[in-house]
Design a protein around this ligand. Structure first.
Ligand SMILES: CC(C)(COP(=O)(O)OP(=O)(O)OC[C@H]1O[C@@H](n2cnc3c(N)ncnc32)[C@H](O)[C@@H]1OP(=O)(O)O)[C@@H](O)C(=O)NCCC(=O)NCCS
Length: 260
């Protein structure tokens, strides 16, 4: 396919920055899907083929194409050359080659949206969720959220309930993903706050909330996004977070050497 000109080039991130890019899946045209799949490696294409629902397959392909492309902006190489290894609870990390910057990343996919976060050296997690007012209930919150979060949720007016519920949900997921602990992290062992953004951990987790930086965005009116980063100097961290167009992903990938 013809690769469009890149209208919005992005430089490599500084060592104290976090980059977040999200992609709205309804902006992806039919002809982009094969090009996205070409950015993956064979194992990912095989996994993509096993999804039962097309929307899940597309979210997977888009998220992994975006992650590989953003990595190739940092250390130029064909997107399909990146190799990953999974931690104990399944968190993927880059297999680093000599001379490569200490890149860390995390990705998230949901109905209609994918996002990738990237930084140098430090643990980070990202979560996106499609806002479903029918799922946002106090009974569910009481089963999974921490007492302080439940109390704060009870105090919000009904019209703000779903947005607040998903703010807590995505912030908690982002923290869990930064820790890499998956389902092994008890959801009531830490409490997030969204105004101001902060997290408090119970002693059992051995974490200091003062070394965490949280971030939220609303990529679309129907989606919530949250990021969590553990960093020795959280105030020094800068954020570069915005949406990206499918054609920009393909142009960046082509610049990095992808054979489209
Ligand atoms: C891995 C986990 C984070 C899945 O999260 P999810 O919201 O279903 O899925 P997301 O799309 O946000 O993230 C999945 C991606 O995170 C990455 N990932 C996998 N395991 C991970 C881990 N242990 N830590 C961080 N990232 C992980 C992978 O890249 C994965 O995508 P891939 O399979 O396409 O490579 C898992 O911890 C989980 O299911 N947690 C649920 C906790 C919960 O009950 N939350 C309720 C309200 S807070």
């Amino acid at each position: 396919m013809t690769v469009p000109n890149l209208l919005d080039p992005i430089p490599p991130i500084s060592t104290t920055a976090v980059r977040v890019r999200w992609l709205v899946l309804e902006s992806v045209a039919a002809e982009h899907w094969a090009a996205f799949a070409a950015l993956l490696d064979d194992a990912e294409r095989a996994r993509a083929a096993r999804f039962h629902f097309e929307r899940d397959r597309q979210a997977y392909v888009a998220a992994h194409a975006l992650a590989r492309t953003l990595l190739s902006v940092e250390a130029p190489r064909p997107t399909s050359d990146w190799r990953f290894v999974e931690g104990v609870q399944g968190k993927p990390e880059i297999v680093r080659e000599p001379g490569m910057p200490p890149l860390r990343f995390n990705l998230s996919h949901t109905h209609g949206l994918v996002a990738v976060a990237m930084t140098h050296a430090h643990d980070l997690g990202i979560d996106v969720e499609s806002i479903d007012a029918g799922r946002a209930g106090l009974d569910f919150a009481e089963r999974v959220f921490a007492p302080a979060e439940i109390a704060a949720l009870r105090a919000v007016p009904p019209e703000a309930f779903a947005e607040t519920f998903y703010a807590i949900w995505t912030l908690k997921e982002a923290c869990i993903k930064a820790l890499g602990g998956g389902l092994s992290v008890p959801l009531d062992a830490f409490a997030v706050s969204w105004d101001p953004l902060s997290v408090q951990f119970s002693d059992t987790l051995g974490e200091d909330g003062a070394h965490w930086r949280l971030f939220r965005a609303t990529p679309t009116p129907a989606h919530a996004l949250a990021l969590a980063l553990r960093h020795p100097e959280p105030a020094a961290v800068t954020l570069d977070a915005t949406g990206i167009r499918p054609q920009d992903i393909l142009a960046l990938a082509a610049q990095a050497g992808a054979n489209l």
